[in-house]
Design a protein around this ligand. Structure first.
Ligand SMILES: Cc1ncc(COP(=O)(O)O)c(C=O)c1O
Length: 507
């Protein structure tokens, strides 16, 4: 019997489903239940244990959340992390247990990222991991004033349902901002969304409907887009990048082989690499996309955060075939929590995107839209942008100088002209970014490991550091700690007699 040794405490000192999960976890971690072992169907096990089926379903869900089992629809629940070498078998030190289980192998990218973010948020940890802009630059007072003014002026209208496409005066202001970037738009072409993330979600809903959709992405790629694709069961196919961004010379072959529904690109200050695509490549991308009739989804989240010169023209402004979806927002430049972004779809799809928006969440908060409009109309945005650009430029340069001083000589990075990230390539062979993360967290410093940004499971030896979120003194201290952790890890791995047997395959 599968559970011959399990005695459930019916007095419920611990919930029954947790007792079942504890028992299974123990058998998985001890290696007794090997990888790929199929667990009994929940109905069968529930009968065997004399419990409600929901108890077993919940126990399996608990283990799945921990990455120990996976459920394959129509097939069953399988052990994924059985008696394989654990994170610690390769002589890396045990990471500090900061109030939860240590990082496990076999988590998917999203789970791994969540766990890393949890560790990164512990008190005392200097974190370069998240994609957040600096809290201290969010104009709280200005928004308080804007919200009060709007409520006084518009009363219930600011709290009522309204057009799904968005508050017209805000669409007008955004249209003017885009016209300044040589994009030919009118207010009616603009759909207001809940952040740039929803703009992309809507473009995907419109373009990648039905089964077996493939999307071309840069490799590496913004994690939130990969998460969106995974939630919609759309397959990402990566185009490699070099120091000038997407290898457009490989795009045609990829399109011919995979017949994608859409090409996703962040031409300026790409997340996670900070790279911008030169003009010739932009033109080539547009030409290939038009030739094969594959629309492009352009993400401009970081365009306004430039530190030396203005970014090159957007794909939308260069688009003569009306094949570009242009998505943007105010999260990194102004305020993420108000959740306002926008989408300019190709003309023929504009009605569809509005209907899709309406179906998705009816409309974006009218109060927030009006408050943003009032803020933009007050005229403070250009000065705010100047201030943020100056501060982030200093933070970028502070981080670069600290990396120069504290990182091993073999580490490689570029100096991005904008955005908020530095992408660091670690020497190979050598410890992976996950191994460094586990060491670094003991030194109270955190970053994002490169592999979570990969559609194809690459970049185990890369990391992303956000330079915008911390003040310069914290940047210096954090990079000093990270350099120390890295050197400690390197000296430890150099003293290993055997070549390293284990690497953490987290994807
Ligand atoms: C490239 C990219 N696109 C979109 C987003 C999401 O932006 P928003 O907060 O406006 O939804 C982010 C956030 O990190 C991002 O990095």
């Amino acid at each position: 019997m599968f559970f011959s040794r399990l005695e459930l405490d019916r007095d419920k000192s611990r919930a029954l489903y947790l007792q079942v999960a504890d028992h299974l976890r123990h058998r998985i971690e001890s290696g007794e239940l090997a990888c790929d072992t199929r667990l009994p169907a929940s109905r069968v096990l529930a009968k065997q244990l004399g419990v409600n089926r929901v108890t077993v379903v919940n126990a399996y869900a608990e283990l799945e959340a921990e990455g120990l089992v996976t459920t394959k629809v129509g097939s069953g629940t399988y052990v994924t992390a059985a008696n394989e070498t654990s994170v610690h078998d390769d002589q890396t030190p045990m990471p500090v247990r900061l109030g939860g289980p240590p990082l496990r192998r076999h988590w998917n990218a999203g789970q791994m990222m969540n766990e890393m973010m949890r560790l990164a948020r512990q008190p005392g940890v200097l974190s370069f991991a998240a994609g957040t802009p600096a809290s201290e630059f969010i104009p709280v007072n200005e928004f308080r004033r804007a919200i009060n003014d709007v409520l006084r002026r518009d009363g219930a209208d600011a709290l009522q349902y309204e057009e799904a496409s968005g508050y017209f005066p805000l669409r007008q202001v955004i249209a003017e901002m885009l016209q300044d970037q040589d994009i030919e738009v009118k207010a009616n072409d603009i759909l207001i969304t809940a952040g740039c993330q929803q703009a992309m979600d809507i473009a995907l809903q419109v373009m990648a409907r039905g089964k077996d959709n493939v999307l071309v992405v840069e490799e590496p790629c913004y994690l939130g887009l990969l998460d969106l694709l995974s939630s919609k069961r759309i397959t990402p196919v990566g185009v490699p990048m070099d120091e000038h961004g997407m290898r457009v010379d490989q795009l045609e072959q990829i399109i011919l082989r995979h017949r994608p529904s859409l090409i996703y690109s962040t031409p300026n200050f790409h997340n996670p690499t900070g790279i911008s695509i030169p003009l010739e490549r932009r033109m080539a991308m547009l030409e290939i996309a038009a030739r094969y009739g594959v629309p492009i989804l352009e993400d401009t989240t970081y365009d306004e955060l430039y530190y030396e010169s203005k970014p090159l023209p957007t794909l939308k402004s260069l688009d003569t075939n009306d094949i570009v979806f242009h998505a943007g927002g105010f999260s990194k430049t102004l305020v993420p929590g108000i959740r306002i972004g926008y989408l300019v779809a190709p003309q023929s799809l504009q009605e569809r995107v509005v209907t899709t928006k309406q179906t998705t969440d009816i409309l974006t908060s009218p109060l927030n839209q009006r408050a943003l409009h009032a803020y933009l109309e007050s005229g403070g945005f250009p000065d705010h942008l100047k201030m943020v650009r100056t501060a982030y430029q200093t933070r970028r340069d502070t981080m670069l100088a600290a990396m120069e001083q504290h990182f091993p000589d073999e580490a490689r990075w570029q100096r991005p002209g904008g955005g908020i990230y530095l992408w660091v390539e670690m020497p190979q062979p050598g410890p992976t970014a996950t191994e460094l993360y586990l060491t670094a967290i003991n030194y109270n410093v955190a970053f994002s490991i490169g592999s979570v940004f990969s559609a194809g499971g690459y970049f185990a030896h890369a990391m992303r550091l956000n330079f915008a979120g911390c003040p310069p003194d914290e940047i210096e201290e954090g990079i000093r700690r990270l350099g120390k952790a890295w050197k400690e890890l390197l000296s430890r791995s150099n003293t290993l007699a055997e070549p390293r047997r284990v690497s953490l395959h987290i994807l």
